[in-house]
Design a protein around this ligand. Structure first.
Ligand code: NDP
Length: 288
């Protein structure tokens, strides 16, 4: 069976890597990008540059979108809406679950199918083994193009609701950005004391590994609604986090990040959770 012809719209680092991966695997590729010059290296590799978004959509049933966010998706597709009927839009632009669901309704109104995605790889991981992308949307549409999409990364279909792929992507990003910022904060305190990031690295790595152990220990308890303070108590956590804030402050490092965690822990103590686990803060995190 011949590889399916595919349109790629949005040629940032990610979209360009995707177009290259399709070309490498023998797909006929049509590309479009707002900044037209970014199409040139791909045309040199055999892609066809469409003059307009509408032309790019009409060229193939399948169009992969790789744009900054859904605002950019509407900017591009609204003027080309007449070309959407019958198309399969695989939207690998990141945004919120709600916006993904809204966009699916909007696209359905124009007769197009929408598969949403969340790519868990950087551009160097596109076409490489061991990477994965969440997908959601109509199962039958996903199944039709699953082999084609597996050219990019492994595929992890999460369900019919188009909000699911961006939801699972955002769950990872939530932990990723707050965790990475936490690491950066500890590096700032280390450096303020003349300890380099590399000197701190073995300890950073073992702390990260202990976090995974915490996730494994607490996940079943959280799911069971158990927040017992047998392993650690929130009052202890609040005192410990206060030391972190003070240590940063005295080192001349902005303590805003741990201070936000301290404020949350203190609010939990004030609400009567002092003898429970830190996980009892879930009661405060959920805004009823
Ligand atoms: P970039 O922001 O570098 O590229 C985005 C693309 O969107 C460019 O083609 C840009 O066009 C286009 N664009 C943005 N705004 C508009 C607009 N208003 N109208 C028309 N075109 C617009 O992003 P990446 O290529 O790095 O990533 C693409 C998507 O993939 C993002 O949603 C990102 O979150 C996601 N992603 C990226 C990863 C990465 O490591 N890069 C990792 C995982 C996901 P122009 O060239 O003209 O500026």
């Amino acid at each position: 069976e011949n590889p399916a012809p595919v349109t790629v719209i949005g040629l940032g680092p990610m979209g360009a890597a995707m177009a290259r991966a399709f070309l490498d695997r023998g797909h006929t590729v049509t590309v479009w990008n707002r900044t037209a010059a970014k199409a040139e290296p791909l045309v040199a590799l055999g892609a066809t540059a469409a003059p307009t978004v509408a032309d790019a959509l009409r060229a193939n049933e399948l169009a992969v979108l790789s744009l900054t966010d859904y605002a950019a998706v509407y900017d591009l597709l609204t003027p080309a809406a007449d070309a959407l009927a019958g198309r399969v839009i695989v939207n690998l632009s990141s945004d919120t679950p709600d916006r993904a669901r809204e966009a699916s309704a909007w696209l359905a109104g124009h007769g197009a199918h929408h598969l949403t995605g969340g790519v868990q790889a950087d551009p160097s991981g596109i076409g490489a083994p061991g990477t994965s992308t969440f997908y959601s949307g109509p199962r039958e549409v996903f199944d039709r193009y699953a082999d084609t999409l597996s050219v990019l990364t492994g595929t992890d279909y999460r369900g019919e609701d188009p909000a699911l792929a961006p939801l699972h992507y955002q769950l990872g990003m939530d932990l990723f950005w707050t965790g990475l910022a936490g690491w950066l904060h500890s590096v700032a305190v280390a450096r303020a004391h003349g300890v380099s990031a590399q000197e701190f690295l073995p300890q950073a790595a073992s702390t990260a590994a202990s976090l995974e152990q915490m996730f494994r220990f607490y996940s079943p308890r959280v799911d069971a609604g158990e927040h017992g303070g047998d392993a650690e108590r929130l009052s202890m956590a609040a005192a410990s986090i206060e030391h972190v804030v003070d240590t940063a402050d005295r080192a001349g490092v902005d303590p805003a990040l741990p201070a936000a965690v301290l404020a949350l822990a203190r609010a939990g103590v004030d609400r009567g959770h002092a003898d429970e686990s830190l996980t009892s803060l879930l009661h405060l995190l959920h805004r009823a």
